[in-house]
Ligand binder design. Sequence first.
Ligand code: TYD
Length: 225
Amino acid sequence: MSVLQNFIVFEGGDGSGTSTQLELLKRRFGKEDALSPPVIFTFEPTDGAVGRLLRAALRGEPRLHGETMTRLFSADRAEHLYGEGGIVEAAERGSLVICDRYTLSSRVYQGLECGDGLPAALNGGFPAPELLLFFDIDPRLALLRLETRTQKDVYESLDFQLRVRERYLGLLDSCRAEGSRVVVIDASAPIDAVAEAVWQNISLLPVMPRQRGSCIASSMKKAIN
Ligand code: TYD
């Protein structure tokens, strides 16, 4: 597995705050004033055709077998990486690409559902991110945060999330071995403190100018057709 420079991934259990922090980071980039590279914020499952099917399945309709889910997550990811205007193309031309969830989510969640073999085989050839931020939080607290949501995903039970956290923590060293820089962020800290920790790590990236600066935040095309 090769490392894709300029590619950053946020990972964490459900309710760990990755999506909120991605939004805050987007705003932070919008406020900084010197020049910095174009920044693309994106997420998995994507909002393309396969990603939409996955989101429906995550809500339980249609009900899909764990193996099918594993294959769909990797198909969604392949298009996200290599499709037109995809992650690889953008990062290689010098954009900073920041993605909410990636291969480690498959190794953790689908690994729990259908064993390590298939997620490892289907995701092993994808590039590793330059930087992986793991948002660590006690699943009890994380699930409390999600309580106000009306729609629950199939993975949002305490039992499952306790195992999710354990697996994440157990797999971080293998991400390091693949060449990613891995940082564990205390996601139970106040939201602003978490945002600051995220910014500290992002602003240290080689692609960032020495003087912090603004960037053009653009949305990534994720349509899969
Ligand atoms: P999440 O980012 O929590 O979406 P939202 O905040 O919109 O609900 O991701 C949705 C779920 O998808 C989450 O429970 C983890 C799961 N997931 C996998 O099981 N495997 C994967 O490969 C990915 C990318 C996500």
